[in-house]
Design a protein around this ligand. Structure first.
Ligand SMILES: Nc1nc2c(ncn2[C@@H]2O[C@H](COP(=O)(O)OP(=O)(O)O)[C@@H](O)[C@H]2O)c(=O)[nH]1
Ligand SMILES: [Mg+2]
Length: 302
């Protein structure tokens, strides 16, 4: 399967519902006010949010009063979606001459931090980088094991400490080790507990402080993972984590498991944070760089 096919397949839940609703709205009749309103509802239902939906509807202005096919409408919407997404589509820039390039991965529990690290480790290794992983979720033994499995699969070393040890001290050890071993990219996993905000905030800040002791310019990327199945909820997570850390990129996971894929557009419009990666499945291959046109076309089932 080509990566576009994989992407398209991953977005099926959103695209089939969206296409069905677009067809129902425009099917063989004039694009009148009623059809427009029905279209707007369809867009909002895919979790794009009202402001994006309004912008997309505006892009159909010259079609009003005409009889148009659902494909024409989907093509037009996908063009406008592409325009919105282009602003935030920026891959992680590894060419900054940092060694190791430190990527800190943060986010609410279950949003896909560990999985994203595993997938990213494979992809980076395959592109020739020397990669190391730090198992910074030191609270759960299962989390460390999960990461070790990903590490083995990718052929990437995983730095661990005893269960319950201090995440910051692990990060410190890992970055030192990465320096000694001439590692190109160090991926640091973290524990995520939103219900314990002040604790989490303190721990994250401590991790960052400790990393900076070794390299003041690190972390070079702070990646926030967001579970797309939570829809508009993801927006508030960006806000909360943005207050705790300097979030430099987003990874949207589980797009395959939801009809709420429109949330990516909502995020792009609300925040100017680059979307680095999207997850469309649980496998090693199911993580892709974010490409706006392909994403938009996949989302609209084109
Ligand atoms: N379907 C699907 N499942 C995913 C994706 N990313 C992560 N998961 C699953 O979501 C669950 C939680 O992921 P995990 O990486 O452990 O989250 P963490 O708690 O943030 O580290 C696991 O069962 C993963 O396999 C994705 O893109 N698609
Ligand atoms: Mg985890």
């Amino acid at each position: 399967m080509s990566w576009f096919e994989r992407l398209k397949k991953g977005l099926t839940k959103t695209s089939s519902k969206l296409t069905q609703n677009v067809v129902a709205a425009v099917d063989g009749r004039k694009l009148d006010q009623e059809a427009i309103e029905q279209l707007e509802d369809a867009l909002i239902m895919s979790d794009m949010g009202p402001s994006v939906a309004a912008q997309l509807i505006e892009s159909l202005d010259d079609m009003r009063g005409r009889t148009v096919s659902d494909t024409e409408v989907r093509e037009r919407i996908s063009q406008e979606v592409t325009r919105i997404l282009e602003r935030v589509a920026e891959p992680i820039d590894l060419s900054q001459n940092k060694k190791p390039f430190v990527i800190l991965v943060i986010g609410v529990n279950g949003t896909g931090k560990t999985t994203t690290i595993g997938k990213l480790a494979s992809a980076l290794k395959n592109s020739g980088e020397k990669v190391m992983i730090a198992a910074g979720d030191t609270f759960r033994a299962a989390a460390v094991e999960q990461l070790q499995i990903w590490g083995e699969r990718a052929g990437v070393p995983v730095v661990t400490q005893d269960n319950g040890s201090d995440a910051a001290s692990l990060a410190f050890e890992a970055i030192q080790k990465a320096k000694d071993e001439n590692i190109d990219v160090l991926l640091i996993d973290t524990a995520g507990r939103l219900h314990n905000k002040s604790n989490l905030m303190d721990e994250l800040k401590k991790i960052v402080r400790v990393i900076k002791k070794i390299d003041p310019s690190a972390p070079h990327e702070t990646l926030l993972t967001l579970d797309a199945t939570t829809g508009q909820n993801a927006l508030s997570q960006v806000k909360v984590f943005g207050e705790m850390a300097n979030v430099t990129g987003l990874a949207l996971t589980k797009l395959d498991g939801t009809a709420k894929g429109g949330v990516v557009i909502s995020l792009a419009k609300a925040y100017d944070i680059p979307v680095r990666l999207i997850g469309v499945g649980e496998g090693q291959e199911d993580m892709q760089p974010f490409q706006p046109r392909e994403f938009a076309r996949g989302l609209l089932g084109l």
